[in-house]
Design a protein around this ligand. Sequence first.
Ligand SMILES: Nc1ncnc2c1ncn2[C@@H]1O[C@H](COP(=O)(O)OP(=O)(O)OP(=O)(O)O)[C@@H](O)[C@H]1O
Length: 436
Amino acid sequence: MNSILIVDDDATLCLMLKKFFERKEFFVTTSFSSVEAKKKIQSKFYDIVLTDLRMPEVCGMEIISFVKKITPKTVVVMMTSYADISSAIKSIKLGAYDFISKPFGPDEVLDIVNKALLHQNPVVKSKSQVSSGIQDYYQGKGKLSKQLLKHIDLIAPTLMSVLIVGESGTGKEIVAKMIHEKSDRSQKPFVAVDCGSISKTLALSEFFGHEKGAFTGAVTDKIGHFEAADGGVLFLDEVGNLNHSTQVQLLRALQERKVKHVGSNREVSVDVRILAATNEDLNESKQIGAFREDLYHRLNEFQINVPPLRERKSDIMHFAEFFLNMANNNLGKSVVGFDKSVEYVFTNYAWPGNLREMKNTVQRATLLTKRELITLNELPSSFYENTQEYLNPLFESEGERIKRVLNISDYNKSKAARLLNMDRKTLYRKIKIYKL
Ligand SMILES: Nc1ncnc2c1ncn2[C@@H]1O[C@H](COP(=O)(O)OP(=O)(O)OP(=O)(O)O)[C@@H](O)[C@H]1O
């Protein structure tokens, strides 16, 4: 059983994560204070420390340095808000394995934790440990969803490299997992590498492994991602972030199907199918010389485009229901659905963060609602502020309109006034006039 210490002064989040990880059979300890967390780290070994970045007494950065000093084998994952991304990158330099931006869904953090455990002990793990999460997949019924599935089915049984292209959060990693699952390599490992978080200095050792003593800090022999994925699939996420020298080495390994550990001249044969993903236009990176043309063609034997959520309109509410079910299971709740106004807002919203944003939004709303339905009250205001037209259907009298808005805001007058774009006093006056 793996042990995890969760450190966050947000007690609700801590307890929610505790419940979730216990269900996933982790041994969980929580700490709402960073000072208390340090004492716990001193007295017991944890496989994983999941810590918030901003806390009142000791900040997350200090926790990382502390863990790395006391128990260097413990893997640290940092939780941070969007605004803290640059500090999160600093945290990786200090020795954190990865970071996750709040708000996040429990499955996302589980995914990172599983990857972190693999990193801590990079032996080839069983398929289920490496490729977690594929059971949480909804394939959609709309035209674009069907086309996506057709391409996956077509390419899966082949040995071709696939470049999966799509905006952030559209589900590129899920597509890669499906290709693996539907291929005859499904019983072999699926190893996902986030190329964006690999440091330049450690990239070669991460991909190809190293021998003990090859460089300061190489205290044991370690196999790299290629050997870990031998016989299976190596998924290169955010492949456009690889630096030039790593691109050269990667291409060499792919062409020769052999790798050399850093610090050794011995070549080891590997049999790996490559799937790669990007949310940038690699064609453009190629033209400005940031991405090697030869590597691009080696990775892009077949291209799959994953559409943004806003283009999968007929599937939007199906995805929402799917995530609602998932949230109910994770949180032990039984919310039955979405209010009509939420349906309207969901189908007209641009979803810049795509399925990841929807999953987080639904999870948060499920946690917040005290009723059977999710209403606008549980959505961040950015959702409906840009969708004002739903407040103005044609032929509606002012009284009807105010009544409808009061309904969708659960008679919360401040919220209704904001939505109606009038001050509270005016709203009270109109409620009287129309006897609402
Ligand atoms: N078809 C799907 N059904 C259910 N959940 C999905 C689906 N596709 C994606 N998700 C969920 O959305 C989130 C983002 O998915 P994923 O990590 O695969 O996206 P991505 O395109 O690889 O993102 P990024 O470019 O940021 O790496 C994950 O939590 C994933 O579980």
